[in-house]
Design a protein around this ligand. Structure first.
Ligand SMILES: Cc1cc2nc3c(=O)[nH]c(=O)nc-3n(C[C@H](O)[C@H](O)[C@H](O)COP(=O)(O)OP(=O)(O)OC[C@H]3O[C@@H](n4cnc5c(N)ncnc54)[C@H](O)[C@@H]3O)c2cc1C
Length: 459
């Protein structure tokens, strides 16, 4: 899609993409090869039926395409904005040229639906008399809630934050996803009968066991919230923060919420982001909009190749260099850097002492080697840890309900069902930190398995 110029878009926090017109999308859809084996469909965690969607759009059947899209994806307006588009990497056209723009088509279809008031609440004909409590209102919890309420069950979503949407609301910057987009969809869920209770931390404000007694099933969708730490000297200096604390504050400011903790702001600061992934890129975009003096994003792994290599052939996901919209806006990216310690002045961070590393392939995997005499200091007044998440919080709900966790620290489940037959789990809390499309897909799977359980179990 077309974007606003860099100079314009860094002056605000609003979305900056311009939707294509219908004719452009119809021409684009007509490029689809309608492959016998559609790898795009196979690669999409939601199973979006892209060849059929493309056929319908190419034949100007937008209403039918909207219906088909919603059969596999509850929230195409989230994935159409946020998805890394695994489908496009697997598109047969990309073997020798440009892939189909499945993501743009998806977004155009759903925005056509909202614009023309075609997205209405879908209410069940029959009520089951069964009830389900969902803990967490991220994409997994919302998808599970929508599927279950449409199947006739009573659904109550408990959310500890004041805002619904999980990381969509309080993590992902507004310029990637405007928060009115989430509210628009929540309205549909409410009208379908989903009840939402915000500011309610399950495990603190209400006991998890109370929910277990009150409802016929429980679905845990609390996300992955324990961030990866960097345990080096100086890590307690002032000016060093987790990415999520930083990103959440800016989203709250944009929505005129009062910030009760110390303000983290990049204005006139030298910012260093540790972590070369998407969360790091989000910090970069926000820091540039706040008016940072300089921003560096550093990564311990080596720079990925720009093109596919023989060990990542089509249609596999290419582990190539990803350049996010924030990278077009400014900042410096550095790879193969290990932070040895933080430098400080009067208790405040003043820099990072880094060393260059090389990665050597061995039989047991990759081995990191520090390069001799390569140590140098990067100036920093603000350091942001964006190194991902380890696993969900294992205290609270998981501990209170005695839920089994897997070797990675996530909730162990078979068909989303935990060691307690009444309790299910979905999204990052179950699969580990991942993507919005996978969270929605897992929420849908959990709903299906909860429905099967409610139909067969004597509850
Ligand atoms: C900064 C950032 C940017 C990202 N950008 C992208 C992107 O561009 N594209 C993409 O595909 N993915 C992105 N992701 C990943 C994506 O956001 C997550 O994979 C997805 O949101 C997981 O959904 P979820 O429903 O499992 O959990 P979450 O979205 O984490 O939601 C969990 C919810 O549960 C609530 N909760 C937790 N415990 C309790 C409790 N005890 N009681 C009540 N409520 C509770 C939390 O407050 C939260 O609202 C990003 C992640 C981050 C951190």
């Amino acid at each position: 899609m077309k974007k606003e110029s860099v100079l314009t878009r860094v002056s605000h926090f609003n979305e900056f993409y311009v939707l294509h017109d219908k004719e452009t999308m119809e021409k684009q859809a007509d490029r689809c090869l309608d492959c016998g084996v559609a790898f795009c469909n196979y690669a999409c965690p939601l199973g979006n039926i892209n060849p059929d969607l493309n056929y319908l759009i190419a034949h100007q059947k937008w209403d039918k395409a909207l219906d088909l899209l919603h059969r596999t994806n509850n929230f195409p307006e989230f994935t159409g904005r946020l998805c890394p588009a695994l489908c496009e990497a697997a598109c047969s056209l990309s073997i020798h040229g440009q892939a189909m723009t499945c993501k743009d088509i998806e977004l155009s279809i759903v925005e056509y639906g909202f614009k023309n008031d075609l997205i209405k609440p879908i209410k069940p004909f029959v009520k089951s008399g069964k009830s389900v409590a969902i803990v967490g209102s991220g994409p997994a919890g919302l998808a599970a809630a929508q599927e279950l309420v449409r199947l006739g069950h009573k659904v109550v979503v408990y959310e500890k934050s004041h805002e619904l949407g999980g990381l969509l609301s309080l993590g992902i910057p507004d310029y990637k996803l405007d928060k009115s987009i989430i509210k628009r969809r929540i309205k549909q869920l409410s009208e379908e009968g989903v009840m939402f209770i915000t500011n309610c931390h399950v495990g603190e404000d209400v006991k998890a066991k109370e929910l277990l007694d009150k409802y016929d099933a429980l679905c845990l969708c609390g996300g992955s919230s324990v961030p990866r730490q960097l345990d080096v000297k100086g890590q307690t200096f002032k000016g060093i923060h987790f990415a999520m604390d930083y990103l959440t504050q800016q989203n709250m400011i944009n929505q005129d919420f009062e910030i009760k903790s110390d303000l983290i702001n990049a204005k006139d600061k030298h910012v260093v982001i540790i972590g070369g992934g998407d969360t790091g890129a989000d910090c970069l975009g926000v820091a540039l909009r706040q008016g940072a003096k300089s921003v560096s994003q550093i990564e311990i792994m080596s720079k990925p190749p720009e093109e596919r290599t023989t060990d990542m052939p089509w249609p596999y996901w290419p582990m190539t260099l990803k350049t996010n919209s924030a990278h077009e806006e400014g900042g410096k990216r550095m790879w193969s850097l290990l932070t040895k310690r933080f430098e400080g002045h009067n208790g405040h961070v003043s820099g990072l002492s880094c060393v260059e590393v090389a990665w050597h392939k061995s039989e047991s995997g990759y081995k990191m080697v520090e390069l001799e005499n390569s140590e140098f200091v990067i100036e920093a007044d603000l350091v942001l840890f964006a190194m991902g998440f380890l696993h969900p919080n294992q205290e609270g709900v998981i501990k209170d309900l005695d839920i089994k966790i897997d070797e990675r620290g996530n909730i162990h489940g078979t068909k989303n069902q935990t060691n307690h037959k009444k309790i299910f789990a979905a999204g990052d809390m179950h699969r580990g930190q991942s993507l919005v499309c996978k969270a929605i897909a897992d929420g849908r799977h959990a709903a299906k398995h909860i429905d099967e359980y409610l139909k067969t179990a004597e509850v």
